[in-house]
Design a protein around this ligand. Structure first.
Ligand code: PDD
Length: 284
């Protein structure tokens, strides 16, 4: 695999960073994951805008311009594209410095990009949906920043898997926030709901697309807080993300959600999502 590191394109095993990199030492960095369909980066402007927000959130300047990011991504796709659905992973850290919590006055940021195929969705998942458990959201208070510091998410995912679930839906102060790497939608009586954007969740790009598509199709879609009890009695629950798109949750805390199978609203929104992707590929 050819990756991009600090201005160079090189094989991944030759892309080396300093052991003093603040990304390595402190998790002092931010990242993005951008899906690419048929060679076109999906919602690239929105992902790059969120990258800017994340960098501002950690008090860093963006090392590349939008044009430069676009060129790097395009070039890596030329080197590495193997399938119709790829994902771009990009990461910016505060770079190498003597270990000290204080932000150094001058830094040389580390800028890294790689692209990988997005694995096809598991047929079983599409047929049966996934299971989730609710867990206490033990993460920090700035979850709107897409920080590389993901230890809490890693432990929460592990806790969920140890309980036999695919993922966790996180609960903070009596409200659901999001999944460990996804946003949450709860569907009750034909109304689609998702928690509003705030500092306790990532403003997901897929989340925005789902809201847009639902509203455009006449589905009532509201952004408001949801309690775990409200979620327990939902007809459907979805988890959304760039790499998994829209996943139906059919079991929550070992209890069946709705009819225990991916529901009609999920089928509707998934077909709208797939059509939206294809329309971008073949504009009329
Ligand atoms: N994660 N919430 C969290 C905590 C996430 O990590 C993600 C995505 C999302 C969904 O955002 P989007 O729709 O923009 O992908 C919500 C990526 C895919 C990851 O960490 O791999």
């Amino acid at each position: 695999m050819i990756v991009y590191l600090n201005g160079k394109y090189l094989p991944d095993d030759q892309a080396l960073i300093s052991v003093l990199d603040r990304g390595f030492i402190f998790g002092d960095g931010v990242y993005e994951v951008i899906p690419v369909y048929w060679g076109k980066a999906f919602r690239l402007d929105q992902h790059l805008a969120r990258l800017n927000d994340s960098l501002r959130g950690i008090r860093m300047a963006n090392p590349l311009s939008t044009v430069e990011w676009t060129q790097v991504i395009q070039k890596l796709l030329e080197f590495n594209t193997t399938t119709d659905s790829m994902s771009v992973y990009l990461q910016v850290t505060r770079g190498p410095a003597r270990r000290d919590h204080a932000i150094p006055a001058t830094t040389r940021p580390t800028t890294f990009v790689m692209v990988n195929p997005i694995p096809a969705p598991d047929a079983e998942v599409i047929k049966q949906g996934i299971s989730a458990v609710t867990l206490d959201d033990i993460r920090w208070k700035l979850c709107n920043i897409k920080a590389t510091t993901l230890l809490a998410s890693v432990l929460l995912k592990d806790d969920a898997m140890k309980q036999g679930a695919y993922d966790a839906i996180l609960v903070r102060e009596g409200r659901i926030t999001e999944g460990t790497a996804s946003n949450v939608f709860v569907i009750t009586g034909g109304t689609v709901r998702t928690p509003p954007k705030a500092t306790d969740l990532l403003p997901g790009i897929t989340r925005d697309v789902v809201i847009e598509l639902a509203q455009r199709d006449g589905i009532t879609c509201v952004e408001r807080n949801i309690t775990p009890v409200e979620m327990e009695t939902a007809d459907e629950i979805w988890l959304t993300s760039s790499t998994r798109e829209i996943l139906p949750v059919t079991k929550l805390n070992n209890k069946v959600v709705g009819f225990g199978a991916p529901g009609p609203m999920w089928r509707r929104i998934t077909s709208l999502y797939q059509k939206f992707k294809k329309d971008l590929r073949d504009p009329s």
